[in-house]
Design a binder for this molecule. Structure first.
Ligand SMILES: [Zn+2]
Length: 500
């Protein structure tokens, strides 16, 4: 806590954390409800397919947001649901349950489908170095909480019965659609233009949505009794019930993709505030889309990739993470394999830079050490200032590159000494608290003595190279890569090695 306090104290008002709030469509200073404790809710996956790289861009950005908040000295309770029931085919709440359909198609239970894809998702999160949420609750395990929230909505008079379920009457909620920044008429025109709203018998308004869906006769799995009959909860109600259970009825930040603004989050606000009579969430943050090679991802274009596809092509998942941070989260980002190749080069460059810092042997005293450190410290401040300015990751990465290039030019001029190198390494590690690119592994890589066997091979290769036996040198390089996952690089200062 002491450390956190000092961090906050160091910041002047210019560098205080500001976040863009979709609700008011501008940046505002971040002030949590409870002093240093922050409640953060993230819409999780619907566990019936492997998330594509566009989904994972959202989770990477949300991870950076969480890390920046933590870096500002706050302690974050992060809740991210995993939908295992209730997400209907159309986001406008019509059609069948996505998981139920998948289960029927694959002749498996909904539970096994949900468990399978949840595991795949958490594996992806791990490989992308996304911090695990404090909790990943499932609606199927919170039916009593969901039913009691629906009861409260019912008691306030917002509920009515239609043919296939209990609906929320959006006409009764005065500020419905506020999050979209559109008038109700504009919102309705927009929904109609979307042409994905089916007609449900008894549904009053086009924007009304199901909170409890009645079971069909033959449905058995994930069906529960309720005051309104047997059935299962709607998708929107799940996020309201789960977030309020773990974060309280009024909490700090709710994040999700921009595609959730018009329906899912708008409905979450309506039903939560209808039930509690108070404001639901203070800051709404939305992550923009990822396009692939300039085009929207679609099955027909065959440009939907998963993290597994990226790994399968031999890419380091952290290079993908770096690429995703190269754009601002509120802007559309264009994913290209050329861009990913560049991110690989950039990331490897950072790793080599860190490893070389550990090799600096110069112990000479420099008269201008303080000037150098001051310049690095300025970039460090600007790095965090950029992040605190609504998570400007591209700008913060530019500041980090400035640290690398200033250090490199000092090294090239023969000045960089050991203490300065250590100072820069420490700054880089501070950056990585937010970037999550595993810098620590590369800073310390050189500190571990090379295992005798590896050292012998590196030396043998060096001898072969010097005696111009390039065939042998290449064979040893290959062996080191395949057996020990070590990459060698010939520099003018001799051979250096790192683990990619
Ligand atoms: Zn949600």
């Amino acid at each position: 806590m002491q450390k956190a306090f000092i961090r906050l104290f160091e910041l002047d008002s210019d560098t205080m954390l500001k976040l863009y709030n979709t609700l008011i469509r501008k940046k505002m200073p971040f002030k949590p409800i409870h002093d240093k404790l922050v409640g953060l809710y993230t819409c999780g996956i619907t566990a019936y397919y492997s998330p594509h790289i566009g989904n994972m861009r959202t989770y990477i950005n949300e991870d950076v947001i969480r890390r920046v908040i933590q870096r500002n000295g706050y302690s974050v309770t992060h809740i991210q649901n995993v939908t295992d029931v209730g997400h209907l085919v159309s986001d406008a709440d019509t059609g069948e349950d996505k998981l139920r359909l998948a289960a029927e198609k694959e002749h498996r239970t909904m539970r096994s489908i949900a468990d399978f894809y949840t595991k795949m998702f958490t594996d992806d999160m791990e490989s992308l170095n996304i911090l695990m949420p404090s909790l990943m609750p499932k609606p199927s395990e919170h039916i009593p909480e969901i039913i009691s929230l629906i009861k409260r909505i019912d008691e306030k008079g917002f509920l009515y019965k239609a043919e296939d379920g209990m609906y929320f009457d959006t006409a009764k909620f005065k500020s419905y659609g506020e999050l979209t920044g559109m008038t109700l008429k504009e919102l309705l025109d927009n929904l109609k233009a979307g042409a994905r709203v089916d007609v449900v018998k008894g549904k009053k308004n086009i924007t009304d949505f199901v909170v409890w869906r009645f079971a069909h006769g033959d449905e058995k799995e994930m069906i529960w009794d309720s005051p309104w009959g047997r059935g299962f909860p709607g998708w929107h109600i799940e996020c309201s019930a789960l977030s309020m259970k773990y974060l309280g009825e009024h909490f700090d930040i709710h994040t999700g993709g921009v595609d959730h603004i018009a329906i899912h989050h708008t409905n979450e606000i309506a039903q939560s505030e209808a039930a509690t009579g108070q404001k639901f969430v203070n800051y709404w943050m939305h992550m923009n889309f990822l396009v692939v090679e300039g085009q929207k991802m679609s099955k027909s274009l065959r440009n939907i990739f998963t993290v597994q596809d990226i790994l399968g092509r031999g890419y380091n998942p952290l290079a993908f993470r770096l690429f995703m941070m190269s754009g601002h989260y509120r802007q559309i980002l264009n994913f290209t394999f050329e861009g990913l190749d560049n991110a690989v080069k950039t990331l490897n460059g950072m790793y080599s830079f860190l490893e070389r810092l550990g090799e600096v042997k110069n112990t000479a005293k420099n008269l201008d050490t303080n000037d150098f450190k001051k310049a690095i410290t300025t970039h460090k401040k600007l790095f965090f200032k950029a992040l605190n300015d609504d998570i400007n990751t591209p700008q913060s990465l530019a500041e980090m590159h400035a640290v690398i290039s200033e250090t490199n030019s000092r090294k090239e001029s023969g000045k960089l000494n050991k203490a300065e190198a250590r100072f820069v390494a420490k700054v880089m590690l501070t950056f990585d608290e937010v970037l999550g690119l595993n810098f620590a592994e590369h800073v310390s890589a050189k500190k571990e003595p090379l295992a005798a066997e590896i050292k012998k091979l590196v030396d043998e290769r060096e001898t072969a190279r010097k005696s111009k036996d390039f065939k042998k040198a290449d064979e040893i390089r290959k062996l080191l890569g395949e057996k020990y996952h070590i990459v060698l690089e010939d520099t003018k200062d001799g051979v250096v090695w790192h683990k990619p």
